[in-house]
Design a protein around this ligand. Structure first.
Ligand code: IPE
Ligand code: IPE
Ligand code: MG
Length: 263
């Protein structure tokens, strides 16, 4: 990807109040949702898939361009082996069931994360779904699987150094950018975490330098269109300063009333 196409929201400041172009979500609370109903934790993961479907639809309707969902972290391998095995099976099943539906809805699907730990059948299904939907334009849906923000940064550094041995350590942010996951997307405008915990859990560490954070106690299977709309409303009331002062923002809007209107 040419560097000129790299859009950093810390450099290209988006208009205030606009619809977020990129929403990143930590889908948390499936296990607690199930426990509250005296069901096994895996029942919560199954219901969580319904919420994913609903959110994809809603994001398309709202004109959000990128939706990035944290499905399985590099730390989730620490869970009991049967829960991990169930999640892998569910992932494969959902992938094969929904790839064609996503394609019909003009959604581009891709998986970010270290796929080397997944079995061959799953990796093949991932690659096929990615290839099938590669040209779609309504929404880019990125699923983070065996993803960790630190892995992402280190992986990008290693690939960058390998590609440019001649630079001998004198690298810039722009040199690194194309090697990070989601390099072709604007950085997330809005981060949502369901389930009540207020932490990042090693999600997009580099990419969320200036993302607006939104936490809700709602458990992921209970998260719905109204809850997403509420998160977006909260986002639209924030003042994104990117290091500037409030006063500068006001002056800027007066100078460029068109961009304020656009927002
Ligand atoms: C999030 O729900 C889904 C995954 C991490 C796969 P959890 O499984 O973490 O649900 P809680 O936090 O235990 O309720
Ligand atoms: C974070 O959820 C990862 C995903 C949602 C996939 P966890 O529920 O595993 O996060 P921690 O470990 O409680 O922070
Ligand atoms: Mg959790």
């Amino acid at each position: 990807m040419p560097l000129s196409r790299f859009i950093s929201s810390t450099r290209e400041i988006p208009p205030a109040g606009a619809m977020p172009r990129h929403i990143a979500i930590v889908m948390d609370g499936n296990g607690r949702w199930a426990r509250k109903r005296f069901l096994p934790r895996i029942a919560g993961h199954k219901r969580g898939v319904d919420t994913v479907r609903a959110m994809v639809k809603r994001c398309i309707a709202l004109g959000v361009e990128h939706l990035t969902l944290f499905a399985f972290s590099s730390e989730n391998w620490r869970r009991p082996p049967d829960e991990v095995a169930f999640l892998m099976k569910l992932f494969l099943q959902v992938l094969s069931d929904t790839a064609s539906r996503l394609h019909r809805n003009n959604v581009r699907l891709r998986i970010i994360g270290d796929l080397s730990r997944f079995d061959d059948q799953l990796v093949k299904a991932v690659r096929e779904a990615e290839a099938l939907t590669a040209g779609n334009t309504a929404l880019t849906l990125s699923i983070a699987a065996n993803y960790g923000g630190r892995w992402d940064i280190l992986n990008a550094v290693n690939r960058m150094v390998e590609a440019h041995p001649e630079k001998r350590g004198r690298f810039t942010e722009d040199d690194l950018a194309p090697y990070l996951a989601l390099a072709d997307a604007p950085e997330p405008d809005l981060f949502i975490r369901t389930g009540g915990e207020e932490r990042v859990s090693n999600f997009l560490l580099w990419q969320m330098a200036y993302t607006e954070f939104y936490f809700t106690d709602k458990l992921w299977p209970d998260f719905d269109d109204a809850a997403l709309d509420e998160a977006i409303r909260s986002f639209q009331q924030r003042e994104r300063r990117f290091g500037r002062t409030s006063q500068q923002l006001v002056e800027d809007n007066n100078k460029h009333p068109d961009s304020a209107e656009h927002a």
